[in-house]
Design a protein around this ligand. Structure first.
Ligand code: 4AD
Ligand code: MG
Length: 445
């Protein structure tokens, strides 16, 4: 055995003899040559086994390898411009090979499989190249999120999963029996973050959140990860300033550090390169006007029906898609009707039918990836809104306290990790952006 390295660092070892610990992805060859596509979790490389260069035992062992067999390979790293590995441009001249296990017949083969079959075998599917690339990008997105927030002085706070009341609408609550009392899985950490800002100024929560959403769409999960920054003394404009810097950093970081993965996913990089501040800021009123215009100008009756909307309606995905198509980067839509948004949002000054909310809509049909707002800071107004929405006042006693002891204007947002990964990777459905997704129809494996 030579020095054990990871394929992602292969460029540093050209000309050296190294050892890789991994699995066989694919195999071809004939006569005296075997071409082994080896993956080790960090990348993929072609190992060339040439009969005269190895012992007869090693050549025979190579022949017996099946898809997903585990193996330890030693060889010399060669720069080979035509080699298609990840990263591209390297090959391994194999001198020794040790089989750890010859794998049984692997259910996922190079032929096409249906999505249901692949989801049923998600524990194996994650080894496939596109799934692997997507989940590597997901991990970097999560790191970039933390790096940016930590760098700006935000303090990470863990918020509870068992909660006594709804944080984001009562229709999507998962109820859990808590020693005989009903409690709910957290839909958001926001309300607790609002307590945390009075202690720390700038905070964020980052964890799983739950919605008993009966929606079977490409954007909905029942369990998803959300990062939620919350900032004291920050108004709606300040929130948008912060969000556009934050999102741009995350996207540019992925472009810089995950190019091989983006290439493998055949992502159109130019679309991501546009993601730099400033993002267009469109009020709900303006958005409704633009949608009316688009509707008037289309000859397609189906599109006309899909875009139908009255002031006061929430946007559906056809509206979001049509709006974002007008721009080359994510857009903010702010000032939604109070009636379609959560109870805690600050009303617009002099226009209480509108609130200081803002959604960030991603381009290319991905739609809402963040939802946020300035929060109500006045105790009486907040109580009125809690009563108006028939929320249990007792459960919100502590939340109302926050408006009594040094209340300040404050704001925050939540970014859905899966929807963000889908957009950045150019993946159609959020189920491929989480290692083990939980959706309306699936909790296995
Ligand atoms: O817009 P939402 O519901 O906002 C909140 O929960 C606020 N309390 C956040 C805050 O201000 N701190 O959710 C925020 C984001 C959405 O924009 C979306 O990206 C994601 O969470 N999201 C979902 N992702 C996947 N599946 C679902 N069912 C989702 N529901 C929301
Ligand atoms: Mg929302």
């Amino acid at each position: 055995m030579a020095q054990i390295i990871r394929i992602e660092n292969i460029a540093d070892h050209v000309g050296e003899t190294v050892t890789l610990q991994g699995w066989l992805y694919r195999k071809t060859g004939k006569g005296k040559l075997q071409f082994l596509q080896i993956r080790d979790g960090s990348g993929q490389i072609q190992g060339v086994v040439f009969k005269p260069n190895v012992s007869p035992e090693v050549f025979e062992a190579g022949k017996r390898l099946t898809q997903e067999s585990s193996l330890i390979v030693t060889g010399t790293v060669k720069a080979e411009p035509r080699a298609k590995g990840i990263p591209a441009g390297y090959e391994l001249d194999v001198s020794h090979l040790e089989t750890v296990q010859v794998a049984e017949d692997y259910p996922i083969t190079p032929k096409e499989h249906g999505v249901d079959f692949l989801m049923e075998n998600r524990h194996l599917w994650i080894r496939s190249r596109k799934q692997w690339a997507t989940l590597r990008i997901r991990a970097l997105i999560m790191r970039a999120i933390r790096d940016w927030l930590d760098g700006q002085g935000y303090v990470e706070m863990s918020t509870p999963i068992f909660t006594p009341a709804a944080g984001e609408g009562t229709t999507t609550l998962f109820e859990v029996d808590y020693f005989g009392e009903p409690v709910y899985l957290a839909q958001t950490g926001q309300l607790y973050n609002e307590a945390n800002i009075f202690a720390f100024g700038k905070v964020y929560a980052f964890g799983p959140t739950f919605r008993a959403e009966k929606s079977k769409t490409r954007r909905h999960m029942t369990e998803f990860w959300m990062v939620e920054p919350e900032t004291a003394y920050q108004d709606l404009d300040g929130l948008m300033d912060m969000e556009e810097r934050f999102i741009s950093y995350v996207v540019q970081r992925v472009l810089k550090e995950r190019r091989p993965e983006l290439d493998l996913l055949e992502r159109d990089i130019s679309k991501l390169e546009n993601v730099v501040p400033p993002f267009p800021r469109i009020s709900y009123d303006e958005a409704v006007e633009k949608l009316e215009e688009l509707r008037a100008n289309t000859d397609d009756p189906e599109q006309k029906a899909l875009l139908a909307l009255e002031w006061g309606d929430d946007f559906g995905s056809p509206h979001e898609t049509a709006l974002t198509k007008l721009y080359d980067r994510p857009i903010f839509v702010y000032g939604y009707p109070t009636a379609v948004k959560a109870f805690y949002m600050e009303p617009w000054h002099g226009r209480p039918e509108v609130c200081k909310s803002v959604d960030l809509l991603a381009p290319e049909g991905y739609g809402e990836i963040t939802g946020g707002s300035e929060r109500i800071s006045d105790p009486e107004l907040l109580l009125k809104r809690i009563k108006h929405d028939n929320l249990p006042e007792d459960a919100f006693k502590w939340y109302l306290d926050l408006r009594k002891y040094g209340s300040v204007p404050h704001s925050g947002f939540g970014l859905g990790v899966e929807r963000t990964v889908a957009w950045i990777c150019g993946i159609h459905h959020v189920r491929e952006t989480n290692p083990f997704p939980r959706t309306l129809g699936r909790v296995y494996p």
